[in-house]
Design a protein around this ligand. Structure first.
Ligand code: GDP
Ligand code: MN
Length: 375
């Protein structure tokens, strides 16, 4: 789940990362009063979860009381997003715009700091065209980010003296947030650099691991933090789920197998509507899993599992129970393998399903059905 900028900035403030003075408003009429207190010029920023607000016209500078309310009204009424709140912030006159983030690097199983002296709204273009301009420094998650590593990053950004020290402090604070809140990403873009060798976070992005909600203080799972109702429900159910916009709903067991099936669907020319795992601790929860898939406008549900402790017969029985309860309006393709798979086949066949025993065959069947082929 993703926090709003104003919440992420409150976290930054708590951890000693400088942020501009600001006020949160819920209607255009409040803008002038808030800006007047902060002093002009001010920046009005839509509090929405989507990125790229600058380019979408959802971040605007106002320099006098006359145009403040109309500009605020323009952002509230923007067709680009549903805007419920604006952050009114003292504008910063920066010398430069930098980029800083800490995220998880799945390939190396390490945490990764990314930093660039040229941040801002064009960071994606920079990453694509001049990747060498983005510094990458990974570190071991069990020892955490060490100060000498933060210093190396600061020097690689060509900072010296007070500015380098400031940067080290910000990096260590950023890491503290990353660790304490179980973040998947903490990002400052832009990080404004000021002539006197100090920095101010112009933006704040904080994505938290849904699975850590139970042990995190604050920020419980709330609908506003999710882009869609289904993603929110899945997070509450504790069912790993990712939204896509294709045809086939995956309802598989295990991250590795689900990812493999995802790739196979594409290899066979199909598209995926959602990634969903109902294995592991969720293997008895076929009904909850299928409900999430059915909430999608997908054409087919593809269930592929291989369970040892999560027994195939238990999963098959769960699937049949889900069919009885939910009466799905679309075909279900199954390939349920593992412990007691013979029993699983019997259960699925008795319920009128045609169980596959080969993953590729099951995937081909699902792709054919999604394309309107034979049933
Ligand atoms: P995003 O586009 O959703 O990432 O929103 P940002 O908060 O990053 O704002 C977009 C852009 O607006 C930034 O990259 C800055 O270039 C600009 N901007 C935002 N706040 C300020 C400010 O206080 N001063 C100046 N000069 N530019 C700002
Ligand atoms: Mn930004």
């Amino acid at each position: 789940m993703r926090l709003f900028e104003y919440e992420a900035k409150e976290v930054f403030r708590r951890y000693g990362i400088p942020v501009p003075e600001s006020a949160l408003i819920y209607a255009p009429e409040e803008a002038e009063g808030a800006a007047g207190k902060l002093g002009y010029p001010c920046v009005l920023k839509a509090q929405v979860l989507s990125g790229g607000r600058g380019k979408a016209g959802l971040v605007k500078v106002v320099s006098n009381p006359e145009n403040t309310a109309p500009v605020a009204a323009g952002i509230f009424d923007s067709p680009a997003a549903t805007v419920d709140a604006l952050l009114v912030e003292q504008a910063v006159e920066p010398e430069g715009e930098m980029y800083l983030s800490i995220t998880v690097d799945p390939l190396s199983a390490r945490a990764l700091v990314m930093a660039s002296a040229s941040g801002g709204v064009e960071i994606e273009t920079l990453a694509a065209e001049n990747p060498e301009k983005i510094l990458r420094e990974s570190f071991d998650i069990s020892s955490g980010l060490l100060e000498y590593q933060a210093r190396n990053i600061a020097y690689s950004l060509h900072l010296q003296g007070g500015a380098a020290k400031e940067m080290v402090k910000i990096l260590m604070s950023l890491y503290g947030i990353f660790r304490d809140l179980d973040a998947e990403l903490v990002e400052i873009n832009p990080l404004f650099s000021l002539p006197e060798g100090t920095f101010v976070a112009g933006d704040a992005k904080l994505i938290l691991d849904d699975n850590a909600a139970g042990r995190r203080e604050g920020f419980p799972l709330r609908r506003e933090y999710f882009e869609s109702e289904i993603e929110y429900r899945a997070a509450k159910e504790g069912i790993p789920y990712l939204q896509f916009d294709g045809d086939i709903s995956l309802m598989c067991a295990g991250a590795g197998l689900t990812t493999t099936v995802f790739d196979l669907v594409h290899y066979e020319g199909g598209t995926v509507a959602n990634y969903l795992e109902f294995g592991g601790p969720n293997y008895t929860r076929a009904t909850e899993a299928m409900e999430l898939c059915l909430a999608n406008p997908s054409k087919v549900i593809l269930a592929v599992t291989f369970g040892t402790i999560a027994r195939a017969d238990v999963m098959a029985r769960g699937l049949v129970e889900a069919l009885d309860r939910l009466k799905p309006d679309r075909p279900i393709v199954t390939c349920i393998r593992g412990t007691n798979e013979e029993e699983a086949v019997k259960i699925l066949s008795a319920a009128g399903l045609q169980p596959f025993f080969d993953t590729e065959e099951a995937v081909r069947k699902a792709v054919a059905l999604a394309k309107g082929g034979e049933q």
